[in-house]
Design a binder for this molecule. Structure first.
Ligand code: GDP
Ligand code: MG
Length: 177
């Protein structure tokens, strides 16, 4: 099919933010390549990965950005946020502090992005039910307060990972069409 026959194309920048080790890089690798990494090595290099999804018969490119570990030093730069139209704000359901820090990440997102950003609050590692420190209800009510979508995921067993990204992508698409 020729370029001219494809019709419109969409490219959406989506950022993944949240405390160190909540599973941001693994959510992305699960979404983009269906891979999971058991080693907790710091993310190296890759700035973003592009995944093509189809919405209403249109090709949408989701360009998902991953931090290179800067979040450990609270040093995520404005370049990281520039042009973002979607965000996943991730915490770890087995570590309460990562949930308590969500508000800071939302503040940071608001500071750097002036346009509407379709945002999903993501409680990751829901496979760790036995050591859960954050109830589903807590996640839900924070999301309601802040006007965010909410979902629990597991990058380990794949629960809801694609859904989390797809809801955000769909919302961005709805916002612009
Ligand atoms: P990041 O620092 O937020 O990018 O987190 P990583 O993706 O590097 O993951 C940090 C650690 O958590 C690694 O040891 C992963 O294997 C582990 N991890 C990530 N996602 C999950 C998950 O859904 N369930 C479990 N049990 N472990 C996870
Ligand atoms: Mg990482």
């Amino acid at each position: 099919m020729g370029e001219e026959e494809k019709g419109e194309e969409y490219l959406f920048k989506i950022v993944v933010i949240g405390d160190s080790a909540v599973g941001k890089s693994n959510l992305l690798s699960r979404f983009a390549r269906d891979e999971f990494d058991h080693n907790s090595k710091a993310t190296i290099g890759v700035e973003f990965q592009t995944q093509v999804v189809e919405i209403d018969g249109k090709e949408v490119k989701a360009q998902v950005w991953d931090t290179a570990g800067q979040e450990r030093f609270r040093a995520v730069t404005s370049a990281y946020y520039r042009g973002a139209v979607g965000a996943l704000v991730v915490y770890d359901i087995s570590r309460r502090t990562t949930f308590e820090n969500v508000k800071r990440w939302l503040d940071e997102l608001n500071t750097h992005c002036d346009t509407t950003v379709a945002t999903m609050l993501v409680g990751n590692k829901c496979d760790l039910e036995n050591i859960r420190e954050v109830n589903v209800e807590d996640g839900k009510s924070l999301a309601e307060e802040e006007g965010l979508f909410f979902i629990e995921t597991s990058a380990l067993d794949s629960t809801n990972v694609n859904t989390a990204f797809e809801i955000v992508i769909r919302e961005i698409y709805n916002n612009i069409s």
